[in-house]
Design a protein around this ligand. Sequence first.
Ligand code: IPD
Ligand code: CA
Ligand code: CA
Length: 306
Amino acid sequence: MATVEIGSGEEEALDPQDLLALALEAGHAAGSVLLEKLGAPLQVGFKDAHNNLVTDADTSSEALIAGMIRARYPDHRILAEEGTTGAETSSYRWIIDPIDGTTNFAHAVPAFAVSIAVERRGILQAGVVYNPASGELFAAAHGHGATLNGRPIRVTSIEKPESALIGCGAITFIHKHRRIKAARIFWRITQGCRTTGAAALDLCYVACGRFELFCGPSLSAWDIAAGALIVQEAGGQVTDFDGNPHKLDRRDILASNAALHPWALAVLRGKVKGGPSMSTIVRSVVKHWILREPGDKPKGAQAPPE
Ligand code: IPD
Ligand code: CA
Ligand code: CA
């Protein structure tokens, strides 16, 4: 069988900012298509399960983005969620999620995004995550920082888990006991866990300081490629659940503001004990706030000043 060598020969290195310019153009164009289709009747199909949707908007968005990439860089490779491919031998590979958050999109929940990244030999060069419904466009080029609607963004410097808000792709946690424990600790020790329903947006929320962490199990390269670069360029850290540097073929991703990364890894390794149990919290609420005589101060409460 003939083999194709990826990235062989003397391929000219491209400026990440030129690659970003094309990603931005394609992201805007695809975003307009999604806005037109948002809330309109959609053709909805199902991939392998009732909760794995694909719509005609996914395929239109992907065809548009891939067409723009092929027109500019006909020799570049393409990896896209709905199966579009490009040429075979270039060291450059575009990674496309035409709609991240398809389920949200299909229900007209305005939390979805076009995600476009380009990598060369495993190093992300440029990435765009665009939510046309909110008008928020996150972007980064390797070595040039990250932006939200053109303004530079940074991760937070929060070091205390008690002050953190966490993005948590919690649904798949049910498969692994260690991860159930981790999810419980994230919930109990931090200010809470959220998911936007679009991993690309969850990552960008870390990059711009809305979340301190994002813990995403079982994701694919197209869900996370652009968002991972945006977090890194915003000063954050991205690894797998064992602390290994982020690689596009790893399914689990931990992204953080860097300060909380060691703590989150310790949680995922089962090394952090999880605060009071739920039954202790309930018992304490009942004892201090429910089983008291009217007019009594709750136990431990300070008397008001005379
Ligand atoms: C999904 C979203 C979601 C994540 C799922 C992904 P899709 O992508 O990123 O947040 O939890 O695992 O599959 O299917 O909407 O492109
Ligand atoms: Ca996705
Ligand atoms: Ca998708």
